[in-house]
Design a protein around this ligand. Structure first.
Ligand code: ACM
Ligand code: ZN
Length: 579
């Protein structure tokens, strides 16, 4: 992946400004688009000679380097060098923030087609690989919608929108098809990200499925080869622990070793015939937040070991416990080579379960090697002198739970959780509308397990509602005086995750007739609203009731300022606190 909005990293002799201008940015945003900048110029690129050296070094080791020139989106650095390739003509800067720029190659400009051919010709000269990746992901269409040249191209090609795709999506297919034709004419095969399905796949394309597995499944059904690299399992730039405060800053996400190991690349929904189109898997290490080789090793190891078995072992041969029992030997090799590997796998893992029968939070803990686990409940640091957790703990009241694995070579990192009891904790809960399958975790009981989430909505502390609303009934099991309902949402607008659009609270004694005690609607989120946690606490006149029904609509139609406009948004909630 040698080109992006934030830098062009490969010498192209016919377009010298791509590296002279496009490889240099004047500064870089601090953190995850904080709005503050480091003030330090950043740049660099591979000369063609250097890239050939890498290709040769890899080939001696039976490795083929496949380059990606990401087009027609992720091109702002190229536009900074050659602004006439954009819809507006610029001027453009090499982008100094992370994400997806709206400034893309102009699909109505013939010199863009020549540019694509010229760049690919030099790329094929450097990289002898059968496959060349030409991207196709994350290409916003807003500039094309407003561009007379792009609209003229749409007209000239006779493109019409239909129920499946917009005109601009078909226009993207025109560009990708152009790239494929050029590659095929030179004996090469094209790879594109799953967005290339959106206006119809190029005839011979291999699809890389990154937004989950759906694109790969669809492509295989259309008899296209597929490489699975779903961000639900194989994005190794994602965090590998929930304890993100003690990690180097990362892009987000949560993909621990066990999750990676559990990936099965052959989708069960495909027939054996269709499964033949799944030709392999890939893990991605996007490096916005990975500035050093040592950090890259930390993100890669030991997740690469799990990836190997995902790729090379039949599902019936895979066994996570067996893998863990072999891992310590492999880690000795990491140590001998001086690699900076991640040690989370030696930490205590704990499962928290709200038991609605007994009204307690059950905590079960384990380590991969059965090292003794010591814990405290008062927030103090657990040591070898603290009680040993040798069975399931039953937590009945507020506590700060901390646990550590004690080994001769040293203690693991400490696992910490706040468990907070309210009148709804560990009470029976029914979801009247389904929880989103992808983020279901322990279902509705997640909302009454006494545990709060952090700013990462993928940790299992949060559950999601999508197309549906948070619509739950909690049984307090006896008439109980209550005067407040509170919950928090986690908002990440770039990921189509939004706040609630309203809250209604009703109470009942028989779970049949409900009385409304609170109701409020909220406006759609604005572009300028912050991401992060939004706390909603509603108080009302004290009322005695057994059943509490809470309805909080999700965003059913993303507002017009957003790339996902008109689509449903996700709603993430971690805990419902009734008092
Ligand atoms: C991707 O992660 N945008 C392919
Ligand atoms: Zn245009």
């Amino acid at each position: 992946h040698i080109t992006d909005d934030q830098g062009w990293r490969i010498e192209i002799k016919k377009y010298p400004l791509l590296t002279e201008i496009g490889s240099q940015r004047k500064e870089t945003v601090i953190g995850r688009n904080s709005g503050e900048y480091d003030g330090k110029p950043y740049g660099g690129f591979y000369t063609q000679e250097q890239a050939k050296e890498i290709v040769a070094y890899a080939a001696e080791r039976y490795i083929t380097v496949i380059p990606e020139i990401d087009l027609p989106g992720h091109m702002q650095a190229a536009l900074a060098a050659y602004p006439h390739l954009g819809c507006t003509g610029g001027p453009y800067d090499v982008w100094t923030i992370w994400g997806v720029s709206d400034n893309v190659l102009c699909a109505g400009n013939d010199s863009v087609l020549t540019f694509i051919d010229d760049v690919l010709a030099e790329i094929m000269d450097i990289f002898p690989s059968e496959y060349i990746h030409i991207g196709g992901d994350e290409c916003p269409k807003v500039k094309w919608q407003a561009c007379p040249k792009c609209q003229a191209r749409i007209k000239a090609l006779g493109i019409k929108s239909d129920a499946k795709h917009s005109k601009e999506e078909y226009l993207q297919s025109f560009i990708i098809n152009h790239g494929e034709k050029f590659l095929n004419a030179h004996g090469r095969q094209m790879i594109g990200w799953d967005e290339t399905l959106e206006g119809g796949l190029a005839p011979n394309a291999t699809v890389m499925s990154w937004r989950g597995e759906g694109g790969g499944i669809e492509a295989a059904k259309q008899h296209h080869d597929v490489i699975m690299t779903p961000n639900t399992y194989l994005y190794f730039d994602y965090y590998q622990t929930k304890d993100t405060e003690n990690e180097p800053l990362g892009i987000g996400g949560y993909l621990p070793l066990e999750r990676v190991y559990g990936y099965e690349p052959m989708p069960r929904s495909l027939t054996p015939e269709e499964q033949k189109y799944i030709i392999g898997v890939q893990a991605n290490h996007w490096t916005e937040y990975i500035p050093t080789l040592s950090h890259l090793q930390y993100m890669a190891l030991p997740r690469w070991a799990a990836l190997c078995e995902v790729q090379w072992s039949s599902p019936e041969e895979k066994n996570y416990q067996d893998f863990l029992s072999r891992l310590p030997q492999l880690i000795k090799l990491y140590q001998a080579e001086g690699y900076n590997y991640a040690k989370h796998v030696f930490d205590v893992t704990a499962d928290f379960r709200a038991n609605a029968q007994t009204g307690v939070v059950e905590v079960s803990m384990k380590t991969i090697d059965n090292a003794p686990i010591h814990y405290t409940l008062d927030g103090t640091e657990p040591t070898a002198a603290s009680p040993v957790a040798d069975s399931v703990l039953a937590i009945k009241e507020n506590c700060t739970f901390r646990a550590v694995a004690v080994r001769p070579e040293g203690n693991s990192r400490i696992l910490s959780e706040e468990i907070a009891f309210s009148k709804s904790t560990c009470k029976p809960i029914v979801a009247n509308q389904p929880v989103n399958k992808q983020y279901e975790f322990k279902g509705g009981s997640t909302l009454v397990d006494g545990l709060k989430g952090n700013g990462n909505y993928k940790t299992g502390r949060w559950i999601a509602f999508y197309r549906n609303d948070m619509d739950v009934t909690i049984d307090l099991q006896e008439p109980t005086e209550i005067s407040s309902v509170a919950f928090t949402t986690c908002v990440e607008k770039g990921d189509w995750v939004f706040d609630v659009r309203g809250i209604t609270v009703e109470v009942s004694d028989d779970n049949k007739t409900f009385t409304k005690v609170f109701s409020e609607e909220y406006p759609a989120m604005k572009e300028t609203d912050r991401n992060g946690l939004y706390e909603h606490k509603q108080t009302f006149e004290p009322v005695k009731a057994r059943y509490v029904h809470i309805l909080a609509p999700s965003e059913h139609s993303i507002p017009a300022w957003h790339g996902g406009k008109g689509n449903p948004g996700f709603l993430f909630v971690d805990e419902i606190v009734i008092d």
